[in-house]
Design a binder for this molecule. Structure first.
Ligand code: C2E
Ligand code: CA
Ligand code: CA
Length: 539
């Protein structure tokens, strides 16, 4: 791998230099000692020192100077052997330290999972490396983000996800053997490639997309993902830094992702405005959460047989400016990305519990929990604290979770569900039919309700195939003694069909849209009035 080799070479040269500096120091000391010994020996030979010494020893037999001399010679020899051995130890230790240091600095700038250089490499070494390869003006940046990786990760678990990422890294390396391929983190990669006269960046980006979209078998499961690529190349008029190009490729990628899966997009200066829009939105959202400006709205859950209201689903609403509406799926995702989802959800739940105290005690509030929150071991504690603070009975609370929330971290999700169910909180499996592993989740966990996703309900009375799916979901749930709720009922004929299929509960614009607390309270009064019940039954 190019960057690995490059880095290794640079580090090697540096360390070799240091090693030789120390070695030369030690060797020169030894050499000096040897030179002194040689001079002493030469002086001794020149002055017949041996004969004089011999005569002296014989004259002073009583002092046993010959033994002392032998002792001194032995000590000298042993000292020499010791010095040589120390020298060898020193060399071995230096070699060991050199390889450990190289290994440590390699690890610091490479990703352990894929072996690709990481973000730190990009910050610390990439500029120098690019300079050695001809400078930024002959390089382009391709920012890559995988499509659907989260879902696949949920499906095959984290080990499988890791294996997939390692495979993706190999494919990118093979596609760009002479360029810099970096894993930024998660499912984001960057390629910094040299621009050749005949090189078409769009073609290269499309190559990446088609290569990464090839299905692969991981842990016996056939997985398929896609990719989007943002392209940024230096323009003729402006000298761009690596940082500029990385940012532009990121803008292009972000716009490409919005356009849909498998998209390759070139950077356009007009994207700058849109990006600062997202930053502004994040800032507004942080403020709205802090000021508790995001409020719950309520959509009734209706018993299809009796027309009675069973409860309300709590749906978050945010109006940043009068008349401006941002859909919850959008801001919930942003809140999740920027780490304020728990604060947002706690505010909403607290408010909804307080509102629910004003309604009859047999009514439930159904609260959506974001998938990332089901991996929070403190979730049960957080929810029970809010219930205790507000005084709402746990029996009045229902939690809606999606299937993908469960496969992320099944152990934690199971623990959360079990401890809340023990207190009387019920659980509904949301958006059923759209996620993965539906059947295994159903057999492993206890759900009180199953919500059939709107995509299937929409097709009731229109599309025979999807209608059959609805029929089998209801039959399956019935076999497990779990009542079903159909989401998004809009037309009377849908309602009639669902009733005929024995779907127990329903929700949708046909009954009511999500409403404010005051409107929902009015709706309850109206539904309780004899004519209201009659209307509901007719619907
Ligand atoms: P969801 O949980 O599937 O909620 C049902 C969505 O279907 C709501 O969209 C609701 O307004 C819409 N809906 C209900 N009846 C009909 C109908 O007859 N026709 C049509 N076309 N739509 C109908 P909404 O409020 O835009 O929420 C979208 C998603 O955002 C929700 O899907 C849920 O996943 C998420 N969400 C909303 N509020 C929260 C929240 O407080 N926390 C979390 N974690 N997610 C939330
Ligand atoms: Ca829901
Ligand atoms: Ca739903």
């Amino acid at each position: 791998m190019l960057s690995g080799k490059w880095l290794f070479r640079a580090e090697e040269t540096m360390k070799k230099k240091r090693f030789w500096r120390i070695s030369i120091g030690v060797y020169s000391e030894l050499l000096l000692l040897s030179a002194v010994a040689l001079v002493l020996w030469a002086v001794a030979v020149h002055n017949d020192a041996y004969e004089q010494l011999h005569d002296f020893i014989e004259a002073h037999e009583a002092l046993e100077l010959d033994e002392v001399l032998v002792g001194l010679i032995c000590a000298g020899l042993m000292g020499f052997v010791f010095a040589v051995r120390r020298m060898n130890d020193f060399r071995r230790e230096a070699r060991f330290r050199r390889s450990a240091e190289t290994q440590a600095s390699w690890t610091a700038v490479h990703d352990a999972l894929t072996g690709l250089p990481n973000r730190r490499f990009l910050e610390q070494h990439a500029v120098q490396m690019i300079a050695e390869r001809g400078g930024m003006q002959c390089h382009a940046v391709l920012a890559i983000d995988l499509d659907g990786f989260k879902r696949v990760n949920d499906l095959i678990g984290h080990d499988g996800g890791d294996a997939l990422l390692a495979d993706i890294a190999q494919r990118l390396r093979r596609l760009f053997p002479d360029d810099i391929v970096v894993r930024l983190g998660g499912d984001e990669f960057v390629v910094i490639c040299k621009i050749a006269p005949a090189l078409q960046l769009t073609v290269r980006a499309e190559e990446i997309i088609s290569n990464l979209s090839r299905p692969v078998a991981i842990k016996g499961v056939h997985v398929e993902i896609g990719a989007c690529v943002g392209i940024a190349a230096p323009s003729d008029r402006q000298v761009a830094t690596l940082k500029d190009l990385l940012l532009r490729a990121d803008y292009a990628l972000y716009s490409g992702k919005k356009a849909g899966r498998g998209c390759a997009m070139h950077y356009d200066p007009a994207m700058d405005g849109a990006m600062s829009g997202r930053a502004k939105l994040e800032q507004q959202l942080r403020r709205a959460v802090r000021q508790k400006a995001i409020v719950p709205h309520y959509q009734p859950l209706i018993d299809l047989e009796t027309g009675d209201v069973r409860g309300f689903e709590v749906l978050a609403r945010w109006e940043p400016a009068p008349g401006q509406f941002i859909p919850p799926d959008e801001f919930i995702q942003i809140a999740d990305d920027i780490g304020i989802i728990i604060e947002l959800s706690e505010n909403l739940l607290r408010r909804a519990c307080t509102d629910a105290l004003n309604w009859p005690a047999h009514l439930k509030i159904a609260f959506n929990v974001a998938p990332s929150m089901m991996g929070d071991r403190l979730l049960a504690h957080r929810i029970l604290t809010i219930l205790a603070d507000t005084g709402l009975s746990p029996r009045q609370l229902e939690i809606e979770v999606t299937e993908s929330a469960l496969v992320r971290d099944l152990d934690t999700a199971t623990a959360v569900i079990n401890s809340l169910r023990k207190e009387g909180v019920t659980f509904a499996l949301d958006d059923f039919g759209t996620g993965y592993s539906s059947l295994s989740q159903l057999s492993n966990l206890t759900f009180d309700y199953i919500k059939i996703d709107r995509a299937f309900v929409e097709a009731v009375g229109k599309d025979r195939k999807r209608m059959k799916i609805v029929k089998s979901i209801i039959a399956l749930a019935d076999g497990l003694d779990i009542p079903t709720t159909a989401e998004g009922i809009e037309r009377p004929e849908q309602l009639a069909q669902l009733k005929s299929l024995d779907c127990k509960f329903g929700q949708g614009y046909l009954f009511a849209r999500p409403m404010t607390f005051t409107e929902a309270s009015g709706f309850l009064q109206n539904a309780a009035a004899p004519e209201g019940v009659a209307q509901m039954k007719q619907a």
